[in-house]
Design a protein around this ligand. Structure first.
Ligand code: SF4
Length: 166
């Protein structure tokens, strides 16, 4: 979802100036992912290209989301910097329950989590409902982009009326 290699020279997730910060490190100290593949199958997907390079998927199977249980079952401690979740797949309704589970295990330890998604409204509402008491530790970044028309690549996405309950 997010290119790890792009160079930037800005403040990091903790607000400190750092000229060596690059890619996702601008936003978070670490990434958490537990799925190979993504149903959105965006035409410009960095994660798809990287996964194909490592031969974990083919172009034909990229949109078949496969849970990596070695990662899903991993425990979490308190990390010093923000965790980005996810960075190489998305939070799709088909795997919402697992996403809520792993997100909860991060938040309960006091971690700050940056949730990056091409958002499905149902998923974002479920996250807001479940984790309202952790709202100060959650930051959303919603990505919207397309090589062609928005309606072609992201049918059904609507943010109308979205809110995070207090
Ligand atoms: S939503 Fe993100 S991870 Fe999924 S195909 Fe699109 S760019 Fe790739």
């Amino acid at each position: 979802m997010v290119n790890n290699n792009s160079k930037v020279t800005k403040s990091n997730s903790n607000g400190k100036s750092n000229n060596n910060v690059s890619g996702t490190k601008e936003w978070a100290g670490s990434n958490v992912n537990f799925i190979d593949g993504c149903k959105h199958d965006c035409k410009y997907c960095y994660a798809k290209a990287a996964t194909l390079r490592h031969k974990r998927k083919t172009p034909a199977t990229w949109s078949d989301e496969v849970i990596r249980y070695d990662r899903f079952n991993k425990g979490f401690g308190k990390r010093g910097k923000t965790i980005m979740f996810p960075s190489v797949h998305d939070i799709h309704p088909d795997h919402l329950s697992e996403s809520l589970d792993i997100l909860g295990r991060m938040l309960v330890k006091g971690n700050r989590v940056l949730i990056v998604s091409k958002p499905h409204e149902d998923c974002i509402r479920a996250i807001c409902r479940r984790f309202s008491k952790y709202r100060d530790n959650i930051l959303f970044r919603f990505t919207i982009g397309s090589a062609n028309s928005f309606s072609h690549s992201y049918p059904g996405i609507s943010l109308d009326g979205l809110y995070c309950p207090s």
